[in-house]
Design a protein. Structure first.
Length: 640
């Protein structure tokens, strides 16, 4: 029974920039559109670079999935390279109890398995290379053996070569991640092994095979004249490469379609087959030395190449224009405004940027020795914000929504396809990006680059805000006394000299009070430095309260304070000192400490004539204060 007005199915996949994933997803989308199913595709680009921190940020997107919101699931966990992440997802899907279909995985019998026969076609390829083309030495480029498909293909390769008595040593095998770069790395390994290059190289997929062919050509070898190379998947690029790749054709679109159809049937209470096996077939062509004919429709091929190149140019242009504009953004609002301006080029119905609460980070005070490692790593914050929602040209935002809802704005119809992609900097989780009803994720080679650009722009905003805060704090530390929260000597000099100069222009009067705390040593000795600090803060508060709008105060030294002001008159001396004495009494009565806060004060008022130096006048106030201190009958005011 469905959980909402429309069927909701989640798809879990990685690396949607690869043709295998795109073809399977296209099949899933085709059935979902026919049946008005809403698809939520959670995807990452983990394993692209060798960085566990980056991968952690990518794989975090799978923790967003709220299984309670879905009616069924489709798992392309064979595309996720990280064993721990894949196992965690499978465990959570099992616990959900939802109908789930998995692609090419025999390890989860409780799920519906849409599998393509990997073994028979691989066996046919290896036998063909040996019996038809006479290969005596054969190397192999494998996917990760934790991947069921990679394991099947590797086992089949080893089985057939063993049957023909062909020994394959460890340095003749390269284990990659099904990525194009693995083909180049494999050739490097084979060359550096010191062995003569083999008669043939069998590859577990087309991406690695094509990369291997390119690297061999760079080294001066021709395929198939010097060496045979075969692939697996019969991708578009493999078919249209020269030489065209001998490979294995697999019904990828059909497997995705059947997976969605199977889950849909199970949701409706039907009992579809637990295992559906689709056939694959070997395609023998130029890279093994067979057919040299180009069987594809040439005009159609040329048109496809033009659209691919033109679309890539457009996407590169988008990034080239977007990146410098984002670099000029003056904060978060400006950043999202710029992003909103470029979203129409993605040709989607809706885009959302969703950010974690506290994505800007919690910066500690500079004097706090503890490091800040409090940013989000695992999962998403319970509350999220969506500062940018672009919906058919209308821009809005949602201040707060529950991350358990995943969508800041729910779908109001069926047949929608939304891709969820992580936004992060290294392992720091910033949020996620949702793009709905767009072919950008499937057709563009720049989707991952766009996600990185958006993530980096948000991280830059975060860093700039924190850097600005740090600069402000450094400036405050330079001019403010952290204990008393009033100006220190630097702050006093900077502010008072400016006030002094302005007053000098009009030949006005200034007032200076020099204040020295009495008995601080006795407080420290008898009650501890914490009480001494408290007494200093109380005195600073008293002096601050005595200041009017034309006056400032500062802690000038350990127990010395100063008050400075403009627009003063002689009567201000008596008023200020009386106010100061009254406030000291009020404070002592209020705090009821076993000691009294006392201080000596010396105050002068003088008219500026351009001949006085500010610090000479301060010295006069200091001398006056010292004379008053000497005249006091007692120098100790502690209660016994």
């Amino acid at each position: 029974m469905k959980k909402g007005p429309f069927f909701e199915i989640a798809v879990i996949v990685a690396g949607i920039d690869e043709e295998y994933q795109r073809e399977v997803i296209n099949g899933i989308i085709s059935f979902s559109k026919e049946s008005q199913i809403n698809l939520s595709v959670f995807t990452s680009y983990g394993g692209v670079i060798k960085s566990s921190r980056y991968d952690k940020g990518e794989y975090n997107i799978y923790s967003l999935i709220n299984y309670d919101k879905f009616d069924g699931l489709i798992l392309l966990t064979n595309t996720i390279c990280n064993d721990d992440e894949r196992n965690r997802i499978i465990s959570e899907v099992r616990a959900s109890g939802l109908p789930a279909a998995v692609l090419d995985c025999d390890d989860c019998p409780e799920f519906f398995n849409i599998r393509i026969d990997n073994k028979s076609a691989m066996e046919e390829i290896v036998r063909h290379v040996i019996t038809v083309h006479g290969a005596k030495t054969i190397n192999y480029i494998s996917g990760p053996l934790s991947n069921p498909e990679a394991s099947d293909r590797y086992d089949t390769f080893m089985k057939v070569t063993g049957e023909f008595g062909i020994n394959v040593s460890d340095d003749q095998i390269y284990f990659g991640l099904f990525r194009s770069i693995d083909g180049k790395k494999a050739i490097t390994q084979f060359v550096e092994s010191g062995r003569k290059l083999p008669d043939a190289i069998i590859c577990a997929n087309d991406n690695m095979a094509l990369s291997a062919v390119a690297e061999l050509e760079t080294l001066g070898y021709s395929v198939p004249e010097h060496i045979i190379v075969t692939g697996f998947d019969n991708t578009y690029n493999a078919r249209h490469h020269y030489p065209a790749l001998t490979t294995v054709a697999r019904p990828l679109f059909e497997s995705g379609y059947r997976a969605c159809e199977t889950v849909f049937s199970a949701i409706n209470g039907e009992s579809p087959d637990k295992v559906i096996t689709l056939d694959s077939s070997a395609v023998f062509t130029q890279s093994c030395g067979c057919s040299n004919e180009f069987t594809e429709n040439v005009p159609k091929y040329k048109k496809g190449v033009y659209h691919t190149i033109n679309g890539t140019r457009d996407d590169i242009s988008l990034l080239e224009r977007l990146t410098p504009e984002l670099a000029e953004a003056d904060g978060a609002d400006d950043n999202f405004r710029i992003l909103g301006k470029f979203i129409p080029e993605l040709q989607c119905e809706r885009c959302c940027i969703c950010l974690c609460s506290g994505w800007e980070g919690k910066r500690r005070h500079l004097w706090d020795p503890r490091s800040d490692d409090s940013f989000q790593i695992n999962g998403y914050t319970p509350l999220m914000s969506a500062p940018l929602i672009w919906n058919k040209g209308i821009i809005s935002k949602v201040e707060l929504f529950n991350s358990s809802d995943m969508y800041p704005v729910p779908n109001k119809s069926g047949g929608n396809v939304s891709f969820f992609m992580p936004l992060h900097f290294r392992q720091r989780c910033l949020g996620y990006f949702i793009i709905t009803n767009s072919d950008f994720t499937g057709r563009s080679l720049m989707c991952h680059s766009l996600m990185m650009t958006i993530s980096n722009s948000i991280e830059n905003v975060r860093k700039i805000k924190n850097l600005t805060g740090a600069i402000d704090e450094l400036n405050k530390l330079y001019v403010m006394d952290p204990l008393c929260n009033i100006y220190n000597r630097n702050g006093f000099r900077r502010t008072a000299e400016e006030m002094y100069s302005e007053c000098l222009k009009i030949r006005g009067n200034i007032i200076i009070s020099f204040i020295d705390m009495d008995g601080l040593k006795q407080i420290n000795d008898n009650y501890g430095h914490q009480e001494g600090d408290n007494a200093l803060r109380c005195l600073a508060d008293i002096i601050t309260e005595c200041c009017n709008d034309d006056q400032i105060c500062a802690r000038f030294g350990g127990d010395e304070f100063i008050l400075f002001g403009v627009n003063a008159c002689e009567d201000d001396v008596q008023r200020l000192e009386k106010d100061f004495a009254d406030k000291i009494e009020q404070t002592n009565h209020h705090i009821r400490k076993p000691y009294r806060i006392e201080a000596s004060i010396g105050t002068i008022v003088t008219k500026l004539n351009g001949k006085q130096d500010l610090f000479d006048l301060i010295t006069k106030a200091d001398e006056l204060m010292y004379e008053k201190k000497k005249r006091k009958k007692n120098s100790r005011y502690l209660r016994r």
